[in-house]
Design a protein around this ligand. Structure first.
Ligand code: CMP
Length: 224
């Protein structure tokens, strides 16, 4: 029963869309569904690894911290994205921690099943490479942001990155705490609060109930 359910979930994951029935069977045998509440650490930076994960529902943050506990958020992952593959590919410790931002559902795929799939399916290997390349592009953009933009520009870029088109307007639909923005751009929470207040007073952003934000078109002038 669990096998058939796992297989049905795996079949819907874009990463595995090229697999044959037999390959899906093998993958399902090495996979398990997991649900976790908000705030749970799924993988821990520096630890050895046994599995990679596909996020079926919810959002999770990828974060690193230094010896004093100062944290930087590298990325926020959403439904359909995968993580935990890096340490399986290069047999090194986990490169970062991944922590749920809300209740999440995952498919955990064992190291053996994942490695077998990479060897057997060029489609899966290509899809994993595409995922890694996309991350590298995003990391390049982040380096540019940190090196070239002031704090207003950095906040503007985060808000634009997290926004989506709603009837022709850019809207940040999920609440984005100032502390989380601060950890993404290497600024203090107080500084982010000041910048957000300034952007609001000058009409660059408009807060809505439930933590939503409408971004005015002129906000992009900060990153151009
Ligand atoms: P792994 O090193 O096994 O465990 C931590 C995971 O975080 C890593 O695999 C990647 O899946 C993910 N990760 C690391 N760096 C980034 C990044 N810059 N953007 C998105 N995900 C990342």
């Amino acid at each position: 029963m669990a096998h058939d359910e796992n297989k049905a979930f795996l079949r819907r994951v874009p990463l595995f869309s090229g697999l044959t029935e037999q390959q899906l069977d093998a993958l399902a045998a090495g996979s398990a569904r997991r649900s976790y509440p908000k705030g749970r650490t799924i993988v821990s930076e520096g630890e050895p690894s046994q599995s990679m994960y596909i996020l079926l529902a919810g959002r999770a943050k990828v974060q690193r911290s230094d010896a004093e506990g100062k944290e930087v958020i590298l990325a926020v992952l959403g439904s359909g994205e995968f993580f935990g593959e890096m340490s399986l590919i290069d047999d090194s410790p986990r490169s970062a921690s991944v922590i749920t931002l809300e209740s999440c559902e995952f498919m955990a795929v064992s190291k053996d099943a994942f490695k077998t799939m990479l060897q057997q399916s060029p489609e899966v290997s290509m899809a994993v490479m595409r995922g890694l390349v996309r991350r590298l592009r995003e990391a390049d953009k982040k380096i540019e942001t940190l090196a070239l933009l002031d704090v207003y520009g950095r906040v503007a870029r985060v808000l634009l990155d997290f926004s989506e088109d709603v009837g022709g307007e850019r809207v940040v639909k999920n609440r984005l705490p100032r502390q989380e923005i601060a950890k993404m751009i290497g600024a203090s929470r107080e500084m982010v609060s000041r910048v957000m207040k300034g952007l609001e007073l000058d009409g660059y952003i408009m807060p809505l109930p439930e933590g939503k934000l409408v971004l005015r078109e002129k906000l992009s002038s900060y990153i151009n």
